[in-house]
Design a protein around this ligand. Sequence first.
Ligand code: GRF
Length: 275
Amino acid sequence: MEARAKRLKLAVLISGGGSNLQAMIDQAEAGRLHAQIVLVVSSNPEAYGLTRAQNHGIKTAVVDYGKYGRKNLPTITRSSLPDHFGDLVERQRIYSGLPAHRLEDRLARLVLAEQEIVGLLEPLNPDLVCLAGFMRLLSPFFIEHYCGEGTYRVMNIHPALLPAFPGSHGYEDTFSYGCRFGGITVHFVDEGEDTGPIIAQAVYPIWPEDTLDLVKKRGLELEYALYSQCIQWMAQGDLLVEKAEDGRPRVLILDPDYPRFMEQLTQQSFARNPI
Ligand code: GRF
């Protein structure tokens, strides 16, 4: 463990099985991840990840997005939305091609759920919010709470090699496209969908006889190792976001062990899967 690492206060958002959450819990308990998970929030009341957290004495909460769906909430009152909702509509980049009234309705429902999440997180003041299999889009309302000029406090794991295959079917899209290599990406979250600055990526081979299940298994092993390591880099103060010449933010990893870590991870992911 790096001596200069501070203990990061993490909030983790999930929607399902929570195997990435489990990897974080295991790494933290083993002393390899200098972080304390202060709250796990699930968008789905049935998520098994909630049980995983509770098994380790971690506080959990559910923000049921279903509650804000059209069926349960046919109309939305303007007073339940933030004053600058109009500005959020202008800024948003997650929905495209929708007529204005539908876009506003969709965004409003997201914002209502996010207000509830922010309300739960606020008193805990997390250093970082990690999305771990969180299957909901985040609006600029949520992002502006945790990110500012050049500051990013929301991290995500994406099951493909971005910018290829954004969206929620990274493994399926990689496999059905016939890629020879698949990959995973840990990135900071910005106001777009899977467009935020890339922190680290790892690749695995896809052999002719492979099935989708095998591809997912291989990718998930990499997810578990790389996600925790990126959080640890943040705890160590080893992640720096700079503006590149083209104006895009670029993440620098200052840890001198970064190349060695990536080399080992890549060797493992190739060695485990001989032709
Ligand atoms: C992972 O593949 C993650 O990259 C994606 O959803 C899956 C979630 O798995 N966003 P789990 O809930 O962590 O088991």
